[in-house]
Design a binder for this molecule. Structure first.
Ligand code: NDP
Ligand code: MG
Length: 396
């Protein structure tokens, strides 16, 4: 098998580190070709020492200068670049075989879109790309013959449970519904009154998964599941009505597909992102991911319930923007990024996240998702309005 050159966008994050762990286990198959991060210089330098990538990227020129000096002093041949243009270039260079899209938030859109336009194999964790620009991104994947493999555990499960030719249409394949499982997050059973006082630390303490801070807060509000409904819509051309969220606190069933004959095919596993990462790296083969075997005897039971749309208002907002179409979901995504940031820096209470998202959606009209410029404009407008609302302490 030919050695695969991998560009890891978001190498220093939770998904990036897990990706490098799988790569470390298979040095005969995968080479970390480019490692990219935002500002964690120390962590990126350590990764450079171990993986000796051809390129490393930081967003900021001064930090990149620091990393360049350290790499040179350590005798590494790694070339250090900076800025979004470098991310775009390293997602599309001819030597690159696959791109792990694991930047958090809207910042990942342009490099991931560049990978699609270069016809790469894309392992997609960065769900915000599809939420912001699903139509544009899926079109780029089709037109440039890119291979898109979902890394988000639910979507990876659905991908595994669908027939290989699902692109001809879910109806044609006999699919009735997608059953998108959700843990319900850390506040599934917290009394509503208590939610107004929860802290960032409590929100980030997810019962089953260890993840970055933004997605952890999104899990606590269930905005994450809302973003995943939108993600499933674009990945599998599933109508909003055919996507059923199922609360399943154990996170053992990662999602399932219900067929016309009554069959339900599910994918199960321990909650460890190295499983979907290894699946997407090796597809269509299977490789060791370093994941503990699933012990069903230890798990004992699996529970299911319906989601509570009153408690988790963000989940309802996601269905609403999906039904509305156009740039509505980009507006929601941008408002939510600002809201989560404000919550994490204690400028917005937990329940203010949903209120802020809803207020921004109500204030800004959605337009058609015609071009990248339309999406970026909607994103920028929503960010500035949301920031203004936070400063005015509208939901404090
Ligand atoms: P983290 O916050 O742990 O990591 C984010 C990564 O993106 C870091 O490497 C960070 O660099 C980098 N980054 C942040 N902002 C920028 C920017 N402006 N430009 C370039 N790089 C940037 O996030 P996660 O790994 O948890 O999540 C990544 C994506 O994967 C998200 O979209 C999330 O929704 C999705 N996902 C994550 C799962 C998980 O289990 N963690 C599960 C399913 C999906 P630095 O470290 O230098 O700041
Ligand atoms: Mg998920």
């Amino acid at each position: 098998m030919k050695m695969q050159n991998i560009t890891v966008l978001g190498a220093t994050g939770s998904i990036g580190v897990s990706t490098l762990d799988v790569i470390r286990r298979h040095p005969d198959r995968y080479r970390a070709f480019a490692l990219c991060a935002h500002r964690q210089v120390d962590k990126l330098f350590e990764q450079c020492l171990e993986f000796k990538p051809r390129f490393a990227v930081l967003r900021d020129a001064a930090l990149a200068g620091d990393l360049r000096q350290r790499c040179q002093a350590a005798g590494l041949a790694t070339e250090v670049l900076h800025g979004v243009d470098a991310l775009i270039e390293l997602s599309s260079l001819p030597e690159v075989d696959a791109v792990m899209a694991a930047i958090v938030g809207a910042a990942g859109l342009e490099p991931t879109l560049a990978a699609a336009r270069a016809g790469k194999k894309i392992m997609l964790a960065n769900k915000e790309v599809l939420v912001m620009a699903g139509e544009l991104f899926m079109r780029a994947v089709r037109e440039h013959g890119a291979t898109l493999l979902p890394v988000d555990s639910e979507h990876n499960a659905i991908f595994q449970a669908l027939p290989a030719d699902f692109a001809r249409g879910l109806d044609a394949c006999g699919v009735r519904r997608i059953l998108l499982t959700a843990s319900g997050g850390p506040f599934r059973n917290t009394p509503l009154e208590a939610l107004s006082n929860v802290t960032p630390e409590q929100a980030c303490a997810h019962p089953n998964w260890v993840m970055g801070r933004k997605i952890s807060v999104d899990s606590a509000t269930m905005m994450n599941k809302g973003l995943e409904v939108i993600e499933a819509h674009w990945l599998f051309a599933a109508s909003p009505a055919s996507i059923q969220v199922v609360v399943h606190p154990q996170s053992v069933i990662h999602s399932a597909v219900e067929y016309a004959d009554g069959s339900v095919l599910a994918q199960l596993g321990n909650p460890d992102m190295r499983t979907p990462i290894a699946y997407s790296l090796a597809y269509p083969e299977r490789i060791d991911a370093g994941v503990e075997p699933l012990d069903l005897f230890k798990i004992g039971r699996l529970d299911f319930s319906e989601p509570d749309f009153q408690r988790f208002r963000c989940l309802q907002l996601a269905y609403d923007v999906l039904n509305q179409g156009g740039t509505a979901s980009a507006i929601l995504n941008a408002a939510n990024e600002i809201a989560v940031d404000a919550f994490l820096s204690r400028k917005l209470p937990f329940l203010g996240i949903a209120r802020l998202n809803e207020a921004v959606l109500n204030a800004l009209p959605a337009g058609p998702e015609g071009s990248l410029a339309d999406v970026l404009e909607a994103d920028a407008n929503a960010r500035s309005l949301a920031t203004k609302m936070v400063l005015e302490q509208r939901f404090a």
